[in-house]
Design a protein. Structure first.
Length: 224
């Protein structure tokens, strides 16, 4: 989808390959449902997905890890693997909480599902709960990055750096206050933003035009 995201693909596709996008529009949703989602051999079809010869991969983390292995962005030392997995799961948890805060599970979506007449979605309450969580966890992440050597597990980029960069960016755009004064997170983001592929993408007209972080049906979608 056309979303303002900085996945691992943004960093490696400039050098290793190309990727396609579907617009977040009725036409894009129709194409997804009638064409792309029916890709032969694609199990648990979702966006993003990868078709690499005979290999088909769906689900975001599976795609991220596959690309990490393919382009040698996976750590090999046990301590580094554990470090990657821990921060991966911490950020995935925070992003999941953000999704639950932004998407009304009771809302009907034309062509996809009917809405609930009884469910009540309290976005402001959930945002307050997430703010409290971020106030605690962002400080911990900032401290965690202080001894990381520049990236998440040292001086070399691994797959998890792209996930951390993307999810921290989303969370900061949604609730910026917990990120104020977090120098290690700011330095990490600056290093990631200077990487080949990401830098060019963020200087492109597509990025500057503003893209969705969440879908347009979300209570907060992030499009400027």
């Amino acid at each position: 989808w056309y979303q303002r995201r900085v996945r691992v693909s943004s960093g490696i596709n400039a050098e290793y390959g190309e990727y396609d996008r579907l617009p977040l529009s009725p036409e894009g949703i129709k194409r997804w449902a009638t064409e792309v989602k029916q890709t032969p051999g694609l199990k648990f079809a979702n966006m993003p997905f990868v078709v690499d010869g005979d290999v088909l991969v769906s689900q975001s983390l599976a795609v991220l890890r596959y690309l990490g292995r393919k382009y040698k962005l996976m750590p090999t030392a046990e301590a580094d693997i554990v470090r990657c997995e821990m921060i991966e799961q911490e950020l995935s948890d925070l992003k999941s909480r953000m999704n639950s805060t932004c998407y009304d599970p009771f809302m009907g979506i034309p062509g996809m599902r009917e809405g609930s007449e009884k469910g009540v979605f309290d976005h402001d309450y959930l945002k307050g709960q997430l703010t409290d969580r971020l106030t605690e966890r962002v400080a911990m992440i900032d401290e965690w990055l202080s001894g990381s050597g520049g990236f998440c597990v040292g001086s070399e980029v691994t797959y998890v750096d792209f996930l951390v960069y993307e999810f921290l960016d989303h969370l900061k755009r949604f609730i910026p206050e917990p990120f104020e004064g977090k120098a290690n997170i700011e330095a990490f983001a600056a290093r990631m933003g200077a990487l080949k592929g990401i830098k060019e993408y963020q200087e492109s007209d597509l990025y500057k035009a503003g893209q969705y972080i969440n879908g347009p049906m979300a209570k907060w979608h992030g499009k400027e």
